[in-house]
Design a protein. Structure first.
Length: 262
């Protein structure tokens, strides 16, 4: 099967599906490419393939444990109002809606933007009393879909600027649950998606990059050194020519005569 060039939309969808763990054979069939090429293409963009989560009978317990851990870290003080609010909401749902504790945990967690990513990691749909609520939340096993209605401004900017935008946008999403309506460029959007879907891995990679230094700044410093060296080499070469031909001395004499004339 011959490989063909993908459109920008197909590229983004392929990367999202690869990251979500979709079968390479299914991805390849949808885009008319080989499975080997699909995997190689996605890896060339640095996309990490998600590991399928093994479902066990204690899935809801693991979900609840992660939820409590995330909520506890939301407030950087001795007081934990976010955590307390979630616990109160769970109790309220149990009392007013006659939900089981597991159902109340799932339903309450939908109301906290910082917990929505857990629904992609754990299959808790059997404990969801109202699966139609909060349609914006992606669930475990859902195929990724392209974000609709996001306008790309097409700004040419550095990796550092794209990263700064992605972190700010991801922070706003985790706080409010609302995605940005515009993005400066495709690279910034890709970083943003990584930041909200795999925040731990994303921040780990960013720390590694910062430890190594800004690659673009390193390239600029290298170019400046090369330019300075080239100019010095050219000056030395011209000086050598002047010494051999005497042209430089003649030019100096002519310039001196012109300055003396009235």
């Amino acid at each position: 099967m011959s490989e063909r060039k993908l459109t920008n939309e197909q590229r983004d969808e392929l990367l999202q599906r690869y990251h979500a763990g979709d079968s390479l054979e299914e991805i390849a069939a949808d885009y008319g490419i080989t499975a080997k090429y699909a995997g190689k293409y996605a890896r060339s963009f640095g996309v990490k393939r998600a590991k399928p989560i093994k479902q066990t009978g204690s899935g809801i317990n693991a979900f609840a444990k992660r939820a409590r851990s995330i909520l506890w870290r939301q407030d950087h003080s001795r007081e934990k109002p976010t955590y307390d609010k979630w616990e109160a909401r769970v109790r309220e749902l149990q009392e007013q809606s006659e939900c089981s504790k597991s159902q109340a945990i799932v339903r309450a967690s939908k109301e906290f933007p910082c917990l929505t990513r857990l629904f992609k990691e754990y299959d808790v749909r059997d404990f969801d009393p109202n699966p139609e609520s909060h349609p914006e939340i992606k669930h475990y096993g859902d195929k990724p879909t392209l974000q609709q209605g996001v306008f790309c401004e097409g700004i040419e900017q550095s990796y550092k600027d794209s990263l700064r935008w992605a972190i700010q946008a991801a922070g706003a999403y985790l706080r409010t649950g609302k995605s940005p309506k515009t993005c400066p460029c495709d690279a910034a959007w890709y970083l943003y998606r990584q930041a909200i879907e795999e925040p731990r891995d994303f921040m780990g990679r960013i720390s590694q990059i910062e430890a190594k230094g800004d690659p673009e700044e390193a390239d600029r410093r290298s170019m400046r050194k090369k330019s300075a060296r080239s100019i010095s080499e050219i000056d030395a070469y011209l000086d050598e020519i002047d010494k051999e031909t005497g042209y430089g001395n003649q030019a100096d004499e002519l310039l001196e005569q012109e300055t003396k004339e009235p």
